[in-house]
Each structure stands twice: as structure tokens, then as C-alpha cells.
Write a protein that binds this ligand. Sequence first.
Ligand code: FES
Length: 141
Amino acid sequence: MIDTNRISDFYSKTVLEHMTAPRNWGVTQDCDGFGRAAGSCGDTMEIALKIKDDSILACTFESEGCGATIACGSIVTQMATGRRVAEARRIDQKAILEYCGGLPDKNGHCALLAAEALQRAIDDHYQMQRAPWKKLYRTAR
Ligand code: FES
């Protein structure tokens, strides 16, 4: 169990909410866009998108990263859900940091990891539109 009394000195209320109760957890490669990214620290994040008529109906994630990474994954899925794909493409590290009220310097790369996983899922979506047969060659989890 996370002791929010101590870490609240370092993390915003929004970050703590997502850290302790992450939204949209769980990915499947049976989706319309799948992205996996690795951070500079070696932690990874996966994001899966369900897309219809160019709108993101669902955005889910999984990560084995730190608490800040879990919060950023949860936040980026919430930011992307309901948006047009082209709008979601503009969600970057800075947008995540603004949304969550900032992170300690040592965790800035956690927001970058979440943004990169989302961008790779969107790239995958565009690639699947151009060459749907490539979905067959996604690596199994
Ligand atoms: Fe590496 Fe958060 S992603 S410490």
C-alpha cells in the first residue's frame, strides 16, 4: 500500500489519484493501434487503442514502471479517450506534465514514456490502415 502522506510532498493531487487508482489498465493486441515504448531507465509501457470513425473509443495501458509512470499512463489514456486520432497525436510530455500539475525532475521521463507509447500506438494504427495484414505479425505477448 502506498503511503500518500509522505509522497504527497512530491506529487500533485492528480498524480496521487492516478498513482493509487490507475484508470484504463490492461492491453490486448487485438486492437486498432498498439504501442510499446521503453524509457531511459529501462521501464516499459504498452498502450492499446480502440478506434472507430477516426475517434479513440478506448485507450488502455500497462506498465511495470514506477508510481509516476503508472500515473502518467493512466493520465494519457484519459487524455486520449474520446479524442480524434489527430488531436491525440498532439499529446506530448509537456501536455501530460501540464495536465497532472508537474512531476519531480527525476520523474520527467515517466511522462515522456507515456507520450511515446501513445504515439507508437497511433503510428501503428496508421500503419494498420495502410497494410492491415501486418497485424498478423505483431509479436505475441
Ligand atoms: Fe522510469 Fe518512471 S519510467 S522511473
